[in-house]
Design a protein around this ligand. Structure first.
Ligand code: SF4
Length: 228
């Protein structure tokens, strides 16, 4: 009887030990399952947030295709004309005929300046000269030179030829006719001579025997060339 009691006690202790083992295993299993369930959502949330932040700029970068308007032949010609427009053409649009023809440079003898232009251009004959070169020689700005060129063209003194030089549109100036200068006879005695009506080459009063004209010619010849 006592032996049977002992075996029962032994079995009960074994069962008790198995139960504690099972409890420990359960605890371990529980802890691993909670870890897994906690970590997964975190990963997902990170992925989601990065996806969101990356996707926004992509939307902005997408550009709408630019619609290029096709120009008509007339519009193309107009655009070409605008691109090739010179300072002179702009001035012609802005100024009246009167403003072009009556152009004066302050403190400058326009007749003398015109003669100087003619002298320089006459040396080049029909080849003419690029206006930039001429303005440089005369120490004139492009703006003033361009207005002078327009004036001289209106006077019939020069012709202007539009040319492309160093990828820039400009003009070649060619002398058309030399203007008649009154400067050489400004002080001639004949202009104020009281007997001019009676004066003739074969007459009694004649330049051949006129002392006034002789004195004037000698005085003119003595003058320095520049001041003439
Ligand atoms: S040449 Fe002598 S006289 Fe004759 S118009 Fe002239 S200044 Fe008079």
């Amino acid at each position: 009887m006592a032996k049977k009691k002992d075996t029962l006690i032994e079995e009960a202790e074994k069962i008790k030990a198995d139960l504690t083992k099972l409890k420990k295993k359960k605890q371990v299993l529980d802890s691993t399952s909670t870890k897994k369930t906690e970590s997964k959502p975190v990963k997902k949330s990170v992925k989601k947030t990065t996806k969101k932040t990356e996707s926004k700029p992509v939307k902005k970068v997408v550009e709408k295709p630019v619609k290029v308007k096709k120009l008509t032949k007339k519009e193309l010609e107009e655009a070409k004309r605008e691109a090739e427009k010179t300072l002179e053409e702009e001035l012609e649009e802005q100024l009246s005929d009167e403003e072009i023809e009556n152009f004066q440079i302050e403190k400058v003898d326009m007749e003398r300046l015109t003669n100087k232009v003619c002298d320089i251009l006459a040396e080049r004959e029909s080849d003419g000269m690029f206006q930039g070169e001429l303005w440089k020689k005369l120490k004139l700005t492009n703006q003033i030179g361009s207005r002078l060129a327009l004036k001289l063209e209106r006077m019939g003194t020069i012709t202007r030829e539009k040319l492309l030089e160093n990828n820039r549109w400009t003009y070649k100036l060619i002398l058309k006719k030399t203007p008649i200068s009154t400067q050489s006879i400004e002080n001639a005695p004949c202009l104020v001579c009281p007997v001019e009506q009676k004066c003739s080459l074969d007459g009694e009063i004649s330049p051949r025997s006129c002392q006034m004209i002789e004195d004037w010619v000698i005085a003119e010849l003595k003058k320095p060339v520049k001041s003439k």
